[in-house]
Design a protein around this ligand. Structure first.
Ligand code: PMP
Length: 372
């Protein structure tokens, strides 16, 4: 068996140990005579799986008691609509746009109700390379919520802990009580997180959590029960919470694999340990880009370069295409940049080992030597 060095943006590589355990248990989970995806979501076996997954996630992220954990479907894209359906309550919401995903969230919410653009860092031609200065932002003290995306997967712009904390403080001072809502799809579980700063956190699973088909929502309980009249039953967070994510059949296999990923993260010492490895991987990759004499270039400002998604360019689009072709021949996958921005992108989620980054650096050096 050969597994490629996988830098896919999502669905993305999963920890080898998790895949091996899932394979081991595929036909017969814990001696029940069937795989976990073949049995009722209401039976004893699966109830144990989802309860353990939730307990481990709560421990990893120190999720306070007054937050519900929901295992939903529809991807993060559905959250772009479900958040305003549940939380606008006839009011207006503030949106901060720092990349393609928060822009999508803003546009979708505008279809549901009233929104206000706090700021967009788009600098023409769909480029996003920075975060706004917090002092320049004006907050609506009456907003139903304030929406952001703390890691922009396509543009590689991330709000690191220090920025996130300052933004939270600024909102708490200027718009007290306005809940922060974040799309954390591409960096949840990459580092410790202060859940209490947020009213709601959501993430599509297919990067740092598990297989696609599962969407994680962590929501403060006072935000339940505010859905607009006419909201479909299944889209009301209150109903999902009251039914422990089992209003209908959940994505059982994806929840099972996510549970294995949570165990894997705990076995690695928890999120502070995982974050240290993630920082090292990212630092080495950015150092190689910055130290390449301009052959490789990152457009993103130093203070907000993503630890998870590293987009970069080469001097010409033809060279980028050649880089992708040759990387694939050399055993790498997923390095082609998103179609909307081109270039190269290395996604270095939790399950991408340091050795994969080292292999990439080696390839990048050789490619530069041959083509600079
Ligand atoms: N938000 C972010 C930050 C993402 O990275 C993605 C997927 N790449 C989405 C939203 C859309 O998620 P989904 O495909 O699960 O709807």
């Amino acid at each position: 068996m050969t597994r490629a060095w996988n830098f896919s943006a999502g669905p993305a590589t999963l920890p080898l140990e998790v895949l091996q355990q899932a394979r081991e248990e595929l036909l017969d989970w814990h001696g029940i005579g069937a795989g976990i995806m073949e049995v009722s979501h209401r039976g004893k076996a699966f109830s144990g799986v989802i309860e353990t997954a939730e307990a481990d996630l709560r421990e990893l992220l120190s999720i306070p008691e007054n937050y519900k954990v929901l295992f939903l479907q529809g991807g993060q894209t559905l959250q772009f609509a479900q958040v305003p359906m549940n939380l606008l309550a006839g009011g207006s919401a503030d949106y901060l746009v720092t990349g393609a995903w928060s822009q999508k969230a803003y546009k979708e919410a505008a279809r549901v109700g009233k929104t206000r653009l706090v700021s967009s860092t788009e600098d023409g031609g769909g480029r996003f390379t920075r975060l706004p200065a917090i002092e320049d932002l004006r907050f609506d003290a009456d907003a139903a919520y304030f929406h952001l995306c703390t890691n922009e997967t396509i543009h590689g712009v991330e709000m690191h802990e220090e920025y996130e904390a300052r933004l939270f403080d600024a909102i708490a001072a200027a718009a007290p009580g306005v809940p922060l809502i974040s799309d954390m799809s591409s960096h949840i579980l990459s580092r410790p997180l202060d859940v209490r700063r947020y009213g709601l956190i959501s993430a599509g699973a297919q990067k740092n959590i598990g297989p696609s088909g599962l969407t994680l929502v962590i929501v403060r309980d006072d935000l339940l029960g505010r859905a607009a009249a006419g909201t479909p039953t299944i889209l009301d967070y209150r109903n999902q919470a009251d039914n422990d994510s089992m209003l209908n059949t959940p994505s059982t296999f994806a929840i099972y694999v996510a549970g294995l990923v949570f165990k894997w993260l705990k076995a690695r010492g928890g999120l502070a340990e995982v974050a240290a490895v993630n920082r090292e991987k990212a630092q080495r990759l950015y150092a190689a880009i910055d130290g390449s004499g301009g052959f490789y270039r990152s457009a993103v400002g130093l203070a907000c370069r993503s630890i998870m998604n590293v987009p970069f360019n080469l001097p010409r689009p033809e060279l980028e295409a050649q880089f992708v072709r040759e990387s694939e021949a050399a055993g790498f996958i997923g390095l082609k940049g998103h179609k909307s921005v081109g270039g190269i992108r290395a996604s270095i989620y939790n399950a991408v080992p340091l050795e994969a980054v080292e292999a990439l650096l080696h390839f990048m050096d050789a490619f530069r030597a041959a083509n600079a």
